[in-house]
Write a protein that binds this ligand. Structure first.
Ligand SMILES: Cc1cc2nc3c(=O)[nH]c(=O)nc-3n(C[C@H](O)[C@H](O)[C@H](O)COP(=O)(O)OP(=O)(O)OC[C@H]3O[C@@H](n4cnc5c(N)ncnc54)[C@H](O)[C@@H]3O)c2cc1C
Length: 507
């Protein structure tokens, strides 16, 4: 029998995915979370007849989720009702123009030509999508569905040296940034700014991120944007249900204070209340750097501190219950900043909130009217902000920045009377994100993907330093965002399971 007892630290989407896959493969799983709810950042806020997803709202690449259900021989459709959204985003620019991002590449190219006649934007977009499709293909072959820490894990040049491999390595366009790649094909400023925003899914600057991240544009065009009825919270509920059916024990309200080691290998966990629980292996869904720093310590922690990983961006979210919805919005909208360089430099270089930020809006009542009292809207407004810097006190900064955000929505998205429509309001600041989810300096999306050569690499899913420790979540390979963290959970579970089978075979 290779069935192991496994502790999962953290029940974010990555932790839940790992727990379900491990249980489906016959392991005995206990999943802990310090919070009283399961699902981590995919939390829900319900008040005064409004329901808000508190964290993620845009679901892409649902086949990752499908694969987790398939592990247990289940059909995802029995657990989740997913609706495809097209237009995917409605985009508002500073000058008052707007365009819808459409899934179909030819239809989008046509819309771009009408939006910016004579600029060649449509043909450029077709070329850009071809490049993105190539990068997506390389990502599927070398990055996805396997534990990766660095280039040597992806491409074994000695074993694999072939013209096809070399073509793949070259096509990664190492040394080029996302912003540079976009502008080689789509030069029109506003449309390039729209395409830049795919890297906001990983909380990184398009000017500093490697070109391979352009793959996200193809994943979204090909696989679509989806809304789970019930909100993204429904994804958490579906995974928790699956986990329970497979025998996972969930322990919300249990903070894990340490990973217990014997001769350098994992033998269990220690909770904050001092209980020591024995496990054969542990999957940590806590931030990877903080896992090594706070739960493991010693040389492993020092090794990861010295690698110079940087947190991804943080964010400010306003949850606005409106008595009357805005009919000119779509389910997902972006209200772009006046100047992307000014915005990204402020957030990523200078560590300051952008003076004129891009606002992302979710107006889910267009798909699910029950999120608000009749005719109203549960409007979610997310603005990316720098990860927490010393001296930044968001309890003092929030009131002023809230006004900057509302003024931007009035000016650029036509929400002129938004203040009169608000009947309920809550906010989430970088400090709240830091405290609620035990992340690195308030980061929403784990570690930044900055570095035109190695920016896509994150701490690997099988610890090279600590036998028996596996990592899943936004700060581990392959990175943040709902589909990637769930893939991260699948990979951590798969490699743990393969290690267990190999050990059983050797015994
Ligand atoms: C405001 C916001 C908007 C976002 N929008 C999108 C979006 O539209 N689309 C998208 O795909 N992604 C989005 N994301 C990102 C996405 O939510 C995350 O990448 C993903 O949910 C993170 O999952 P995770 O597995 O890394 O775990 P997390 O959600 O970070 O959860 C980790 C859990 O571990 C717990 N934990 C940590 N340490 C311990 C410990 N020592 N003991 C016990 N428990 C512990 C924490 O309490 C937490 O519950 C957004 C995130 C935020 C915050």
């Amino acid at each position: 029998m290779s069935g192991k007892s496994v502790g999962v630290i953290g029940s974010g989407l990555g932790g839940l995915a790992a727990a379900c896959v491990l249980a489906a493969r016959g392991h005995r799983v206990t999943a802990f979370d310090k919070n009283g709810w399961l699902g981590g950042k995919a939390a829900v806020l319900e008040a005064d007849g409004f329901r808000f997803d508190m964290g993620p709202t845009i679901l892409t690449v649902p086949r990752v989720l499908e694969r987790i259900f398939a592990e247990a021989g289940r059909d995802m459709a029995d657990y989740l009702d997913l609706r495809r959204l097209d237009p995917q985003w409605r985009c508002f620019f500073d000058g008052g123009e707007s365009i819808d991002l459409l899934a179909d590449v030819d239809a989008m190219a046509g819309a771009m030509d009408r939006f910016a006649p004579g600029t060649g934007a449509g043909e450029g977009y077709r070329r850009f999508q071809k490049v993105a499709a190539g990068l997506h293909g390389v990502s599927e072959r070398f990055f996805f569905w396997k534990p990766v820490e660095d280039l040597f894990d992806t491409i074994d040049l000695r074993a694999n040296f072939s013209p096809a491999t070399m073509r793949d390595v070259l096509s990664l366009r190492m040394g080029s940034s996302v912003a540079g790649t976009i502008r080689r094909h789509v030069r029109e400023d506003r449309l390039a700014q729209m395409l830049d925003h795919f890297t906001q899914y990983v909380g990184s600057s398009p000017y500093g991120s490697p070109a391979v991240l352009c793959a996200i544009a193809h994943m979204q065009a090909a696989d679509g944007v989806w809304y789970p009825m019930g909100g993204t919270r429904a994804v958490v509920e579906a995974l928790v249900r699956l986990g329970r059916e497979l025998g996972v024990t969930f322990r919300p309200g249990t903070d894990v204070a340490g990973v217990e080691l014997r001769d350098g290998a994992v033998v269990g966990v220690r909770t904050a209340s001092g209980d020591i629980l024995a496990f054969d292996a542990v999957v940590s869904n806590m931030d990877a750097i903080r896992t090594y720093r706070e739960l493991v310590g010693g040389p492993a922690a020092r090794a990861y501190e010295s690698k110079g990983f940087e947190p991804a961006c943080s964010g400010v979210v306003l949850y606005l219950g409106l008595k009357q919805r805005y009919e000119h919005l779509a389910h997902h909208c972006f209200v772009f900043s006046r100047d992307p360089e000014e915005e990204f430099d402020a957030i990523y270089k200078h560590g300051r909130p952008a003076p004129d930020p891009t606002c992302y809006l979710a107006a889910p009542s267009f798909t699910e009217p029950g999120v608000a009292p009749e005719g109203g809207e549960a409007l979610y407004v997310l603005v990316h902000a720098p990860y927490l810097r010393p001296g930044q006190d968001w309890s003092r900064m929030l009131p002023g920045y809230r006004q900057v955000i509302l003024d931007k929505l009035k000016r650029s998205a036509g929400l002129h009377d938004i203040e009169e429509r608000i009947t309920f309001e809550r906010a989430l600041t970088p400090q709240d994100i830091h405290d609620r989810y035990k992340v690195l300096d308030g980061a929403i999306y784990g570690l930044a993907s900055h570095g035109k050569f190695m920016g896509a690499f994150k701490p690997g899913n099988r610890s090279r330093k600590v036998p028996g420790l596996y990592l899943a979540g936004g700060a581990a390979h392959p990175g943040p965002g709902m589909p990637m963290v769930m893939m991260s959970g699948w990979i951590a579970a798969d490699v743990l399971d393969r290690d267990a089978s190999a050990a059983a075979g050797a015994a």
